[in-house]
Design a protein around this ligand. Structure first.
Ligand SMILES: Nc1nc2c(ncn2[C@@H]2O[C@H](COP(=O)(O)OP(=O)(O)O)[C@@H](O)[C@H]2O)c(=O)[nH]1
Ligand SMILES: [Mg+2]
Length: 348
């Protein structure tokens, strides 16, 4: 399951965001191999299409795609050196797929700021620098070992590794993320084994309010960012769906999982039937067997063909039987690239 770590300074609304996100927990029984801890929550990805499919197929069960959110304790300056239990918190970040970097834009003295000043640029810099320094430490430790090995004769692997480490070190030393280092295919393999934090994709969430830091709009130019008034959003969650409709408001917090999908280039495909309708997540550009592997390895290993109709076509017809009669269900082979919204039956 996709995991997203919420990262930032202390006292900026991380736990408030986490609580709001995980207010309506999913049925954990649908997601085996997942353990819930106080700072780990599983959130379903809202998708109107799945609800419609479930209605049309009269499915007994509806299983949305899900994302795991982790509320990572606040990082402070010096975290990479273990300041404020930093090492422990950084270890939590190493295992996530995506980093959600929360930044405080809301002003007001009622909530104390660790630096005593609301300065989003400085805050972002502290966090990004700590992550870079943590990675630099990982790289240097490894380099120390690898450099010795690389000196022994016929140790090609160690030489490749050393080369990769040098490139990573250079980027990190320049204050750039590990993802900025240009690595060969072999070097990328080495880098993957290091679990570097700044190689992971990241997106910003700006915690805003009516009273924001004046630089907000400048920062909002970032390619991957979402502005959220977390406190107000939390209050909205207490309203019933009817009340929200009457007031004409929609909580924006539900768009956060969608933003994570966009950031990671993920799409959704569906399986639908009487027993269950379910949304599955796959990387854009995946082939039909790769998509099948998300459900069961047999759907990849023993893949013969897939029967596919896209949701947008299906919803116009409104019935699977009719779609079949009209020849709208296509038979696709191994080379088929799955599209967002495809409804798929795998044949093995
Ligand atoms: N004014 C305002 N206060 C907030 C907002 N988000 C969180 N807070 C308050 O800031 C304090 C710290 O929030 P918390 O979520 O525990 O921060 P964390 O340390 O980053 O996990 C709490 O008193 C929250 O009520 C916000 O959007 N606006
Ligand atoms: Mg907290």
């Amino acid at each position: 399951m996709l995991s997203v770590g919420i990262v930032g300074l202390p006292n900026i609304g991380k736990s408030t965001l986490f609580k709001a996100l995980t207010k309506n927990p999913v049925d954990i029984n649908n997601y085996p191999f997942c353990t819930i801890e106080p700072n780990v929550g599983i959130v379903s990805v809202e998708d109107e299409r799945l609800k419609k499919l479930s209605e049309i197929f009269a499915s007994k069960k509806t299983i949305p795609a899900a994302i795991k959110f982790i509320d990572i304790a606040g990082l402070v300056k010096g975290a990479h050196k273990g300041e404020g239990l930093g090492n422990q918190f950084l270890a939590n970040i190493r295992n996530v797929d995506l980093i959600c970097h929360l930044v405080r834009f809301f002003q007001g003295d009622a909530v104390e700021h660790v630096s005593k000043k609301i300065d989003p640029a400085a805050d972002m810099e502290i966090i990004n620098t700590e992550l870079i320094l943590a990675d630099l430490e990982t790289v240097l430790k490894r380099k120390h070992k690898t450099a010795k090995l690389a000196k022994t004769p016929n140790n090609k692997e160690a030489k490749v590794e050393l080369e990769a480490l040098k490139k990573l070190e250079k980027a990190l030393n320049q204050g750039r993320p590990a993802s900025a280092a240009v690595l060969s295919k072999e070097e990328r393999k080495v880098a993957a084994g290091l679990y570097l934090i700044t190689k992971k994709p990241m997106f910003y969430v700006f915690n805003i309010s009516q009273n924001n830091h004046p630089d907000l709009e400048k920062f909002a130019q970032e390619k991957y960012c979402l502005k959220l008034d977390i406190k107000t959003e939390t209050e909205l969650l207490d309203l019933s769906p009817q009340e929200m409709e009457e007031l004409g408001i929609q909580p924006k917090i539900a768009t956060l999982p969608q933003e994570a999908y966009r950031r990671l280039n993920l799409i959704t495909f569906f399986t639908a039937g009487e027993d269950e309708s379910r949304a599955w997540t796959v990387t854009k550009g995946s082939s039909a067997p790769q998509a099948g592997a998300k459900i069961h390895n047999d759907f990849k290993e023993k893949f013969i063909k897939a029967e596919v109709i896209n949701y947008s076509d299906f919803i116009k017809i409104g019935s699977y039987k009719k779609a079949r009669e009209e020849g709208l269900i296509r038979t696709e082979g191994k080379g088929y690239t799955v599209r967002d919204g495809d409804i798929i039956i795998f044949k093995i």
